[in-house]
Design a protein around this ligand. Structure first.
Ligand code: ATP
Ligand code: MG
Length: 722
């Protein structure tokens, strides 16, 4: 068998990894050194050398987008469809296992996935039912607690509270939450992983079956596995051990969700005879970009330590653009991308990265205004929009009456004269008898426990859902089912009344949902697989898939995403935006050294996405949560050697001024200090309350006796000390 097409495009170290003997192997290497490439070539090599059949391969990665790209690249290399392989995310794969083995996993056959929004609402309802005060038991905190325990593999019975009242109460809620999930047949994201782990742990038979079946397990982005994912892999690894994992400790960015960098070391200690391969040549970025990223990450402590080099071109200096405010920042970026496009590049070669998903809105507004197509990844979720969730809730409840979350969502949407008190009665009955809301409603109806009007409304609702169930049973294609359900639901008329200017969007989204369902009707590709039915698959997809939106998948469009979602991807042109203290590094993380280092890794991930051109931007004034702020330039900019950057200032993008200003040590602050009395030509006398920024960016907040508090730019305000 000729495997030159698999081995030739690799360097020596990469080839060593790809053609290594079976066994456990860790590829530890920096960004852009070809880890993902090696993993893909390893799979192709297994298959083409007849060491593996496609269905003995399990390949795990971190985001749906990355999984899609992996599949695409594999098919290109192999020249045929990779349908029989399991390629997916931990969540997606866990879900698939649980669908196939719901019985062994102690789930109901029709279990549904709850996204974090559903989970939050359920917890809030539960806290109310338990009469726990939300101010003392914030639902977000409880949610955080429960997910954290699950990530560590802990059930309520595994947690000892040792007379700690607070903890004891949390565990109490956790237990109630589990009961509620079981009753409604719902599974949250963390539960998917934990259940899948327990499935293997508690079923020797199944465990063996999958150990035998998946002889070739490969994991990308291994540095971001959490405890339960690690343990699951270990169970699957069995005795022989043939696991191929690749990772980079400098790109661990999910510790806030329980990821453990230590798993890299643990893998070497706990898996049998692990081999270690290091890759040191970077193929992605220009020498300038790589040098900047290397210098930045050198500020972190406790790194495993890797040398990354490139023999690629030097590349351009890295421009740092100082925008007046976030609007101007967006305008600058869009002008640049349009220039880039006019030079003959594609839009989708450009990515705009940001720290928090809320930042995308301003970019989106400007892009829309300029008619530039764009896509947002991982931020907005199509499937999280209210109207979409409503329609899906109808589908869910019609398919599965005990889905309480769906019930709550649509019982009175659109309004059908079922008041709060009636719903409260249903909830109380459900709690009392430990039954689903649907069941409780039926009981109330049968026993005539409410007024005639309320009972009437219940009966109408039941008729409606029953008719939808008939639609499901009698209609061939899933998209026709959805279409019928949406029509019956009255959602379209309901959203037409939306006066916020979004009515059209919302209706389009409902139509889009019907289109989306069509994609799940394709004939099965796996031969020996228990296939999920299209509806379960569709509903699972809706819950798992992080936002696709805006431009059509095939349309050439600018890519917008959070830094977290950018992991593993690469683009010729990358904008790293909002490079400001308090935003990036994030306010929450500024004062904790460990969190700060994670922010720095995130910045490293962002910079190393760039192939040819990296541009950093920040704003002097930014509206955050409705307030104007005057942030300092991010420390991460200062950590880049000044000879690698050029700077561009707002108002005059043509002239590059000296990059030194980012490194100045506060020359304009002389004399100005908190509490200092000052005088201003127009505003009169006042006292300095606050100082922000440095160098020419210094701003002062002064409480003027006549006109109250004002923020001023020190360099222009000409304040006199008095
Ligand atoms: P990250 O840490 O960001 O996930 P990675 O280590 O997975 O990066 P890849 O995405 O696999 O790196 O590779 C980076 C780029 O370098 C890709 O465009 C890839 O095709 C290219 N590349 C990798 N190895 C080689 C090689 N030997 N010859 C030419 N190009 C290569
Ligand atoms: Mg990669």
């Amino acid at each position: 068998m000729d495997v030159s097409h698999i081995l030739d495009p690799l360097n020596d170290a990469q080839r060593l990894a790809v053609a290594a003997d079976a066994g456990n192997l860790l590829v530890l290497a920096g960004a852009g050194s070809g880890k993902t490439r090696v993993l893909i070539h390893r799979i192709a090599w297994y298959i083409e050398t007849n060491q593996a059949r496609p269905n003995s391969i399990l390949s795990v990665t971190f985001t749906n987008k990355a999984a899609g790209e992996m599949r695409g690249r594999l098919e290109q290399l192999l020249g045929y469809s990779a349908g029989a392989m399991w390629v997916g995310t931990f969540h997606g794969i866990s879900h698939r296992l649980l669908r196939a083995h719901w019985k062994e996993a102690n789930l109901v056959q029709n279990f549904q996935i709850m996204d974090s929004d559903d989970q939050y609402r359920m917890i809030r309802r539960l806290l109310r039912a338990m009469a726990l005060d939300e101010s003392k038991w914030p639902p977000r905190e409880v949610q955080w607690f429960i997910n954290g325990q699950k990530d560590e593999g802990l059930r309520p019975k595994d947690i000892s509270s040792d007379d700690d009242f607070h903890l004891e109460q949390m565990v109490h809620v956790y237990r109630a939450y589990e009961e509620q999930c079981a009753r409604s047949g719902l599974v949250d994201f963390a539960e998917l992983l934990l259940r899948a782990y327990e499935l293997f742990r508690d079923n020797e038979h199944l465990r063996r079956h999958y150990q035998d079946r998946f002889r070739h397990v490969l994991v990308d982005e291994f540095q971001d596995t959490n405890t339960i994912q690690y343990r699951w892999l270990k169970l699957l690894n069995g005795h022989e051990g043939n696991m191929f994992v690749v990772g980079d400790d400098d790109q661990s960015i999910y510790s806030w969700r329980g990821a453990q960098i230590e798993n890299m070391q643990r893998f070497q200690d706990e898996f049998r005879d692990t081999e270690l391969v290091r890759l040191e040549q970077n193929y992605r970025s220009t020498a300038t970009i790589l040098a900047a990223a290397n210098a930045l990450i050198a500020n972190n402590s406790g790194r495993i330590g890797k040398e990354l080099w490139t023999d690629g071109e030097e590349g351009e200096l890295i421009p740092i653009y100082t925008a007046y405010n976030e609007q101007e920042e967006a305008r600058f970026i869009i002008e640049n991308v349009m220039d880039w496009h006019r030079e003959g590049h594609r839009f989708d070669e450009a990515a705009v990265l940001y720290r928090t998903s809320a930042q995308s809105r301003v970019f989106e507004d400007h892009l829309r205004r300029n008619n530039v197509p764009y896509r947002v990844h991982g931020g907005f979720r199509f499937y999280e929009r209210a109207e979409v969730k409503d329609a899906l809730a109808y589908l869910r409840l019609s398919a599965f009456r005990s889905d309480d979350t769906a019930f709550e969502r649509i019982i009175n949407t659109p309004t059908r004269g079922i008041g709060n008190r009636s719903v409260e009665a249903v909830r109380a009955k459900a709690r009392e008898n430990n039954i689903s809301l649907w069941q409780a409603m039926t009981d109330i109806l049968e026993n005539k426990l409410l007024t005639g009007r309320a009972l009437n409304a219940f009966q109408n609702f039941i008729n409606l859902i029953d008719s939808m169930t008939l639609d499901i049973e009698n209609t061939e294609e899933l998209h026709e089912v959805l279409d019928a359900i949406i029509k019956r639901s009255g959602l379209i008329a309901h959203y037409k009344k939306d006066t916020s200017g979004k009515a059209e969007d919302r209706i389009e989204n409902l139509e889009e949902l019907v289109t989306a369902a069509q994609e799940f009707e394709a004939p099965p590709t796996d031969d020996d697989e228990p296939r999920m039915d299209p509806m379960s698959e569709f509903l699972a997809h809706a819950a798992l898939e992080a936002g696709e939106g805006q431009a059509d998948i095939y349309e050439d469009s600018i890519q917008l995403m959070t830094l977290h979602a950018a992991k593993g991807l690469e683009y010729p042109l990358v904008f790293l935006t909002g490079m400001e203290e308090g935003l990036f590094p994030h306010q929450r993380s500024k004062d904790d050294i460990r969190q700060l280092e994670e922010e720095r890794r995130l910045c490293y991930v962002g910079m190393t996405r760039a192939m040819k051109k990296l541009i950093l931007t920040h704003a002097e004034v930014r509206r955050l949560y409705g307030q104007e702020t005057y942030p300092q330039v991010s420390r991460f900019i200062r950590e880049i050697p000044r000879e690698l950057i050029s700077s561009v200032r707002f108002g005059n993008p043509e002239s590059s001024s000296s990059s030194d200003e980012y490194f100045d040590e506060e020359p304009h602050k002389q004399g100005l200090g908190l509490g200092q009395r000052v005088s201003h030509n127009t505003f009169g006398q006042g006292v300095i309350l606050n100082l922000e920024g440095s160098g020419s960016h210094t701003r002062v907040q002064v409480n003027f006796e006549e006109v109250g508090t004002k923020w001023l730019v020190a360099a222009y305000a000409d304040l006199q000390m008095v």
